[in-house]
Design a protein around this ligand. Structure first.
Ligand code: C5P
Length: 303
């Protein structure tokens, strides 16, 4: 049965770990990452319409062909020969850009929402293939929870969910280009064997992984902090205010932090709010089962 209209949350992510292994022949980089969905979310509303249109309450978000939601819709229409259109409304809360995966999440949720609206029932492989075409972080948002990402970030392996109820994300008003951040790493082009052996080291190192400060790693921190010392300063402030751990998310500029007491998190939120105009959100992890339920993944793909 298809829905005539529906509203879905589109959750953000952080990366507990993000290690860049080396440069590939296709211009991308091989990575090892541990993704995590978090409760900060946008909202996507879908309705039947003759034409395809996208509206957003945030004027800084482009709503034309460059928006991944529009690209997701066009891909689905082409792949499944859909003539119908859709009126899509995006309510934006996830800071963009920010390294929190907002655009990628929107693209994945657009695939799911439009499959429901247009009564398309693709198999998981087909949906993952389309997600792959839309961007390196998009396939993760068809899985959610805690998951390892390898290759370009598109090979997703779900792992045991990590639960962290008391987190903050803080996004300074700095735009970091992901492509630039990768370029600045100046990574080596590796042979397949070299890549494999580094990936194995990353995997071993991640065994028994937790969320202590020393468990959190992001290879972009050194170069992004060098270019934008205020982001390093933000991480330092979060730790000084009493966070158990803090890390740059993706290529930034957001930094997330983990707390063990509600009061410490609240005091940090208030202190930052008084000192800066950075956007800060109190968030928690979203596990895979809750994620799949919230976006109605089962209605679209069956295992
Ligand atoms: O895949 P996505 O469009 O999100 O990637 C944005 C840019 O980041 C790519 O054009 C590429 O320059 C860089 N990138 C990369 N290696 C990855 C993912 C992204 O070099 N694994």
């Amino acid at each position: 049965m298809n829905d005539s209209r529906l509203t879905l949350p589109s959750f953000a992510k952080v990366n507990w770990r993000l290690q860049v292994i080396g440069k590939r022949d296709d211009g991308y980089h091989d990575i090892f990452t541990i993704f995590q969905t978090i409760s900060l979310c946008d909202e996507l509303h879908f309705e039947h319409a003759g034409k395809l249109s996208l509206a957003c309450d945030d004027a800084s978000i482009p709503t034309g062909a460059e928006n991944l939601i529009v690209q997701a819709a066009e891909l689905l229409r082409e792949e499944f020969s859909v003539d119908a259109g859709a009126a899509i409304r995006l309510t934006k809360r996830i800071p963009a850009p920010g390294g929190l995966g907002g655009g990628s999440s929107n693209a994945a949720v657009a695939l799911v929402g439009l499959c429901r609206l247009w009564a398309i029932r693709p198999d998981r492989e087909a949906l993952l293939r389309l997600a792959n075409l839309l961007g390196s972080d998009v396939p993760f948002f068809l899985v959610g929870g805690t998951a390892i990402g390898t290759g370009r970030g598109t090979e997703i392996e779900p792992i045991a969910d990590i639960e962290e109820p008391l987190m903050l994300t803080v996004t300074p008003r700095i735009a970091v280009s992901t492509a630039d951040a990768f370029r600045r790493l100046n990574s080596k082009r590796l042979t397949i064997e070299e890549s494999k052996s580094i990936l194995e080291i990353c995997r071993k190192d991640a065994q028994g992984f937790g969320t202590r400060h020393s468990d959190l790693k992001n290879d972009f921190e050194a170069s992004v902090f060098e270019l934008h010392p205020e982001i390093r300063g933000l991480k330092g402030r979060l730790m000084k205010h009493g966070a158990n751990g803090a890390l740059l998310s993706g290529s930034g500029a957001s930094v997330f932090a983990i707390f063990d007491k509600k009061e410490t998190r609240q005091a940090t939120l208030e202190a930052l709010g008084n000192e800066t105009d950075w956007r800060a959100f109190a968030v928690s992890t979203v596990n895979r089962a809750d994620y799949a339920k919230a976006i109605g993944l089962k209605a679209v793909v069956s295992d």
